[in-house]
Design a protein around this ligand. Structure first.
Ligand SMILES: [Fe+2]
Ligand SMILES: [Fe+2]
Length: 330
């Protein structure tokens, strides 16, 4: 068979997606390309046609980890991944649970919302890969599925927030070039389960706006970090790093956080990152106190300059600044 003709790469048209997110099915959901040099690429699969996985694996041997797709196809790819993960309900060992289906429909809405934001492509590619990782975890660890069900039982808003925090934490890690699994894994898991301790607090409190809480209610609310640690501690795959992230996810670099009022470098670096990701998720996905403020890049830029730098430290604020930089600021 003749090789496909080469075409020119353009940043505006194409997006890199990890190979593993694309070749799990027989038929290609989108046109897929391998990038040969800075500006040349070749098509390795045509939309709707059978995937020649042998050919793609040959590129894999040459260390090609990403395939390129047209940005306009991204929405189809995300829906496909979510549907694929939903299929897990039928797999043995994974308890069939309505909450899991609910989780994936919320995940889809989070990814769709994310695609509307003017954020960098690399961040998006990483966020999409998370769907695959979450389904892998479910396949390998039934306990994970149970915990996921607990997050979903907190309600749509909290599920959206937990997933939003995972996505934001991964975007920050992309900017910091933190790639090692020993960092990416605990941050992703810690971000996903950071608020699980809320499960033990009264429903009415969860529905209350934090600014309207009495002092006693605020104190009760602030116990959720430690409750989370207690709930996660007995689970075998939850590592000490994950527990520390959950324990310290409301500590702030200026010492104004809780529960221990830790300052600056005394905060576990991975927890400080999730602490900022938690705020960003409220701001971007409009949950919690940020729900009434419409999202804009200007608002985010202001917040990064004046709030994030003091609360989470200059290094993390710098990473956030790069995520929410408008094209013409470059
Ligand atoms: Fe929290
Ligand atoms: Fe949170």
């Amino acid at each position: 068979m003749a090789e496909s003709a080469e075409i020119l790469f353009s940043d505006a048209t194409f997006l890199a997606v990890p190979v593993s997110s694309l070749i799990h099915r027989k038929t290609a959901i989108a046109d897929m390309f391998v990038r040969l040099t800075t500006d040349r690429m070749v098509r390795v699969a045509a939309k709707g046609a059978e995937i020649d996985s042998e050919r793609i694996h040959r590129y894999g041997e040459k260390n090609v980890r990403h395939l390129y797709v047209y940005k306009i196809d991204l929405s189809d790819i995300v829906s496909d991944l979510v549907r694929g993960a939903e299929g897990l309900n039928q797999i043995k060992n994974v308890p069939s649970d309505l909450r899991i289906a609910k989780f994936f429909s919320i995940a889809e809405s989070v990814y769709q919302e994310l695609m509307q934001l003017p954020i960098t492509d690399e961040s998006l590619g990483r966020a999409i890969r998370l769907s695959t990782e979450i389904s892998d975890s479910m396949r390998e660890k039934p306990d994970f599925t149970k915990l996921l069900g607990t997050v979903v039982s907190l309600g749509d808003e909290f599920t959206r927030h937990s997933l939003g925090t995972v996505v934001m934490a991964n975007m920050i890690m992309v900017q910091l070039k933190w790639k090692a699994q020993k960092v990416v894994q605990p941050v992703t898991m810690g971000a996903f389960f950071h608020d699980i301790g809320l499960k033990e607090l009264p429903r009415e409190l969860l529905e209350k706006n934090p600014v309207e809480m009495s002092q006693a209610e605020t104190q009760l609310w602030q116990t959720h970090s430690e409750i989370g640690v207690r709930l996660l501690n007995p689970i075998p795959f939850v590592t000490p790093d994950v527990l520390r992230i959950v324990q310290e996810h409301h500590e702030l670099a200026n010492g104004a956080g809780y529960p221990q009022r830790l300052r600056g470098e005394r905060i576990f670096p991975l927890a400080r990152l999730v602490s900022m990701a938690n705020s960003m998720a409220h701001d971007v996905f409009k949950t919690g106190a940020a729900a009434s403020q419409p999202f804009s890049m200007e608002m985010m830029a202001q917040k990064v300059e004046h709030v994030y730098a003091t609360m989470y430290g200059g290094d993390l604020a710098k990473a956030a600044r790069r995520i929410f930089k408008k094209e013409d600021d470059a």
